[in-house]
Design a binder for this molecule. Sequence first.
Ligand SMILES: Nc1ncnc2c1ncn2[C@@H]1O[C@H](COP(=O)(O)OP(=O)(O)OP(=O)(O)O)[C@@H](O)[C@H]1O
Ligand SMILES: Cc1ncc(COP(=O)(O)O)c(N)n1
Length: 286
Amino acid sequence: MAAPLPRPPVVLSIAGSDPSGGAGIQADLKTCSALGAYGTCVITALTAQSTRGVTHVHEVPTEIVRAQVETLVADVHVEVVKLGMLASVAIVEMVHELLVTGPLATVPVVLDPVMVSTSGSRLLAPDAVAAVRALLPRADVITPNLPEAAVLLGEDTVGTVDGLRGQAQRLLDLGARRVLLTGGHLEGDASVDLWADAGGSVPIEAPRIATSSTHGTGCTLSSAIAALRPRHEDWLSAVLEAKAWLTEALRHGDSLDIGGGPGPVHHFHEQSRWQAPLSTGRVANR
Ligand SMILES: Nc1ncnc2c1ncn2[C@@H]1O[C@H](COP(=O)(O)OP(=O)(O)OP(=O)(O)O)[C@@H](O)[C@H]1O
Ligand SMILES: Cc1ncc(COP(=O)(O)O)c(N)n1
């Protein structure tokens, strides 16, 4: 029998804070705990938000973002980084530098290019889109939703799986290595995302859950991929497990009954409980 991992893989979420606990670093840390990873975080922005929406955004000074990363990484070995809300050009560029020439230079990256909250508030300054685009080649996987993919490409939002294929390919052309284009904004009985990498593209389907508890699904999915990557041989296998787990967390979200707006998914529901598989002890590499 193979030995279990000696300790949980360490994931670093660099993202914004959501006091309502459904999105941002709070969702990322819960996801890590639910999936057997150890979550750490560096906060880029404080938002004042509830399930009903965002009322304020306060960006963390870039030197404090840098200090958080440097202080953490000097002590703790991070196995995967997940990037969420990066707020401004200055923060995107600072994080980019840390990922290329700084202490995170060899760490695999999942980039969720967060731009606008479900409730419609800007979480990324419009002039920061080019800086996020420049970050694409440094990410191992990017997880844009349909509006985010369209903004990155300077195109209109598409609404069909064929349209997704074209956009995913053009994101690869921009330097992304692997793309999971999330189709939560599509309609239909299935919730279809599109995976694309140098080998081609493949739709990833799950049942569409009739629920209003969709706050933070994008954050939760991208951090689940980061949390599961060290336990899989490749990125696509981690994505498939993350998507299946998220679907169960969505299925049980309404039972939480948090807030008056779109509520969070249920990271810890019994039927979505994740069990650490026996493992070879392999950890992610690039
Ligand atoms: N009702 C649903 N049922 C099943 N899966 C869903 C549903 N809504 C979203 N998903 C899935 O959740 C994941 C994230 O989807 P989405 O495209 O909505 O990202 P997002 O817009 O970044 O999310 P959010 O802004 O809510 O954090 C995808 O895998 C998507 O297919
Ligand atoms: C800090 C933070 N990060 C990300 C989101 C996106 O999540 P959603 O689209 O569900 O509002 C958010 N609302 N807040």
